[in-house]
Ligand binder design. Structure first.
Ligand code: C2E
Ligand code: CA
Ligand code: CA
Ligand code: CA
Length: 280
């Protein structure tokens, strides 16, 4: 029986086995992470390119694993999705975002916005509504406009009514919507007309190769012009150099986000960062 068992799994290469085991262990650890207060929400500024003002930030989750240290969301969000834990994690991200945006609206800028990421599974979850979010925001005296939900473009290809219903719910709640990673997937500008979207985030693979007269420059310019015609504001991701910032600003891009301005940082640190830049 032992031999048969070994044979049955012999098509797995050792590295695949190790990877699968690793995923199982991490998923297991993930179950205790919320209770263990191992998550932390980081914030990265979103800069208004024409003025340099910072009136927005993106919330990005971090997992401080007790023995492995910082685990990337790229590694654990898929596990959170497949295990269903993403729902509770997403609720935690929402509550933390609301708590901090309340503070920054009071202390920094009355219309400060925090954007948070929702993976497709969270966004499409059946039988859910944003009623609970609205009630929580109301209890903090916050309008829906305090928040932006970032979704990826692949979702909009889904012909089902679930996605458009969810978008309508957000609209009713006054929560804005950003299309994340634009240009990486099935990019079609036609659905920008069909759905009510507020921001388009140009993926950093475009920003990376920006140079005068490059094809990525031409593409970015075209995206910005069309987005504006459709009434969307544009945020460029992954701005790392002053040259990229200047090219984007010259192309009419509204906002930039990236290491040039600041890396994502813990909320307390972001709070101090806002105070330090308040006079700028
Ligand atoms: P994303 O939404 O596209 O987030 C932007 C990623 O780019 C972040 O990685 C950010 O740290 C990184 N980044 C920002 N500026 C620069 C730059 O100038 N250069 C480079 N090379 N990278 C930059 P991060 O924080 O590791 O997050 C990775 C992904 O994990 C996010 O991609 C998002 O899809 C997902 N994620 C993060 N937080 C959450 C969350 O709370 N919920 C869900 N569902 N997904 C999340
Ligand atoms: Ca995002
Ligand atoms: Ca993105
Ligand atoms: Ca991304």
């Amino acid at each position: 029986a032992k031999g048969a068992g070994r044979n049955r799994y012999s098509y797995f290469t050792p590295t695949l086995q190790v990877a699968a085991l690793n995923r199982m262990r991490l998923t297991n650890d993930l179950r205790g992470a919320l209770k263990g207060e191992q998550f932390e929400l980081y914030f990265q500024p979103i800069v208004h390119l024409a003025s340099g003002a910072i009136h927005k930030a993106e919330a990005l989750i971090r997992w401080n694993h007790p023995s492995r240290g910082l685990v990337s969301p790229l590694e654990f969000i898929p596990l959170a999705e497949s295990s269903g834990l993403i729902i509770d994690i997403g609720e935690w991200v929402f509550r933390e975002s609301a708590r901090w945006v309340q503070r920054w609206r009071q202390q920094h800028y009355a219309e400060f916005q925090v954007s948070l990421n929702q993976s497709p599974l969270e966004f499409q979850r059946e039988g859910s509504s944003y009623q609970g979010w609205l009630e929580h925001l109301q209890s903090l005296a916050l309008p829906g406009q305090s928040l932006v939900v970032e979704i990826t473009e692949g979702l909009l290809l889904d012909a089902s009514s679930a996605v458009s219903n969810r978008l309508l719910q957000l609209r009713d709640a006054g929560i804005q919507v950003a299309l994340d990673d634009f240009g990486t997937g099935y990019s079609s500008l036609s659905y920008l007309k069909k759905f009510d979207i507020d921001y388009l985030k140009i993926d950093r693979s475009f920003t990376r190769n920006l140079a005068p007269d490059s094809s990525d420059m031409a593409l970015s310019e075209a995206i910005i012009v069309m987005a504006h015609k459709l009434g969307l504001n544009v945020i460029a991701e992954g701005v790392e150099t002053p040259e990229q910032r200047d090219l984007l600003a010259a192309a009419g891009c509204d906002y930039g986000q990236g290491y040039l301005f600041a890396k994502p940082m813990p909320a307390q640190q972001f709070d101090a960062f806002l105070h330090a830049t308040a006079g700028l």
